[in-house]
Ligand binder design. Structure first.
Ligand SMILES: [Zn+2]
Length: 454
């Protein structure tokens, strides 16, 4: 007993020295840099500029604005840098110069000289996958143009059907990377641009890009952009990678509020939902606000949009099947955050697997991307031809052609039957008989029939 107690005391003493030594080391390390600034990347979005500072470890920082002249100053604590700030391309941004200097021997001060005033917002992103610790600085432009757009849309009579086309990923988030460094974010932006071009060529339709260039948009913001433009449909375009490079085929996904319909669907949804960690979204966590979606009213409208999503998805899948192999024959479902709009039908289209060498090759060709866009739009059109939204040009056209039938006269040819004609004009046989004073279903070639309104 005694012996044990003694050795324990010895251990305690030794531990004390170790702790003291560690403390001394920590104290002296305050003069040593805790992280290195390895690079600065810049992404310009239509209404904001994002700067991403790549860091070798977590940091503390302070940000403040100065006026006359306009500047933003960031002080990074215990950070060293040999990065050349002049290498950052500042074209089309509100920043005129970007410079840095060491301060208090161990801190780094970064200064942005501005030629336009902005609203800055900043946040830290933890290391994720192959992305290092990052400090993200968003500079929001002060002019806002979106309101005008909404009013224009709302006032339009016989309005266009609006399709929000969302190219997945972007900026900080390259998405999946295929052979020859083919990046999903670029492939899907090319397909999306082509899709919008094709949609807007058809009278009664308008395609709008959610992301117009190489920058990241948070998943919830993508939904909000679609809602702000009063979109009739939200289509998110992707070309993801799968664990197995042999995985292939195009697929269409809708939201599921229970489980995923397959292992692939679950895997892809989980991966897609991590985009905000890579691309960068600061502030409130996604989970917090998505709980609002559990409300009963939202539930009802969501059930309606979900059913529309599944229907339009079915058409798109079928159309894509004519040029690509399909991964699954039916629309799959999983908890994709980007599809959680309660009132805008939303689908996610996987145009192929970029991890599959053969499909990557197709996706890299502009000809194939054009054909893919054609098929996606073909599916969308089939859906809206069938169910044009109230107030749309398409709905007007459809009702117009119906009313022109009011005076339609049909001249019976060989092989015609009363029920066949009734079906063609979507009227009942009884109505057809009544309108023409027929007592039986007997008709003769050359006879004229007045077609009633359906
Ligand atoms: Zn993707």
């Amino acid at each position: 007993m005694f012996k044990w107690g003694k050795s324990n005391r010895v251990l305690c003493t030794r531990r004390f020295f170790l702790v003291a030594l560690q403390f001394l080391l920590l104290a002296s390390s305050s003069h040593v840099w805790s992280a290195e600034l390895d690079g600065v990347r810049l992404w310009r979005a239509p209404d904001s500029t994002r700067l991403v500072f790549d860091l070798s470890g977590p940091v503390k920082y302070k940000l403040f604005s100065l006026e006359k002249p306009n500047r933003i100053v960031i002080d990074l604590k215990s950070v060293d840098s040999s990065f050349n700030m002049l290498a950052v391309d500042l074209k089309k941004t509100p920043i005129s110069t970007l410079r840095s200097a060491t301060r208090n021997k161990s801190d780094l001060r970064v200064v942005l000289d501005l030629h336009k005033s902005v609203n800055p917002r900043s946040f830290l992103l933890k290391k994720h996958g192959d992305k290092p610790d990052r400090l993200v600085l968003d500079l929001h432009d002060k002019s806002v143009k979106t309101e005008k757009k909404i009013i224009e849309v709302a006032n339009a009579r016989k309005r266009d059907i609006i399709i929000a086309v969302d190219a997945g990923h972007g900026g900080e988030d390259p998405g999946a990377i295929g052979p020859k460094r083919l990046r999903e974010k670029n492939v899907v932006l090319a397909i999306s641009k082509e899709l919008v071009r094709q949609i807007s060529r058809v009278k009664g339709y308008k395609g709008v890009l959610v992301r117009t260039g190489d920058y990241y948009i948070g998943l919830r913001k993508r939904r909000n952009i679609a809602r702000d433009m009063r979109a009739d449909l939200f289509v998110s375009i992707h070309a993801d990678a799968f664990k197995d490079p042999k995985a292939h085929g195009a697929s269409v996904f809708a939201l599921s509020r229970r489980g995923a319909t397959s292992e692939t669907a679950r895997f892809l949804a989980r991966k897609e939902n991590q985009a905000d960690l890579i691309g960068g979204v600061g502030g409130v966590s996604l989970e917090d606000k998505d709980k609002v979606l559990a409300g009963v009213l939202v539930d009802l409208s969501m059930t309606a949009s979900l059913s529309s999503s599944l229907q339009v998805g079915k058409h798109v899948l079928k159309a894509m099947g004519s040029i690509a192999r399909l991964h699954k024959k039916q629309v799959e479902q999983a908890g994709f955050a980007v599809l959680k709009s309660p009132d805008v039908p939303s689908i996610l289209v996987e145009t192929g697997f970029i991890s599959n060498p053969k499909e990557a090759k197709s996706l890299g060709s502009s000809r194939y991307r054009k054909r893919m866009a054609e098929q996606v739009f073909k599916g969308i059109r089939q859906y809206f031809d069938d169910k044009p939204p109230v107030g749309s040009y398409l709905a007007w056209q459809k009702s117009g052609s119906k009313s022109s039938r009011r005076s339609a006269v049909y001249i019976i040819g060989r092989g015609d039957t009363l029920s066949g004609i009734a079906e063609e004009y979507r009227v009942s046989v009884a109505a057809l008989k009544k309108k023409n004073g027929l007592r039986s279903s007997k008709i003769r070639v050359g006879q004229r029939l007045n077609i009633p309104t359906s």
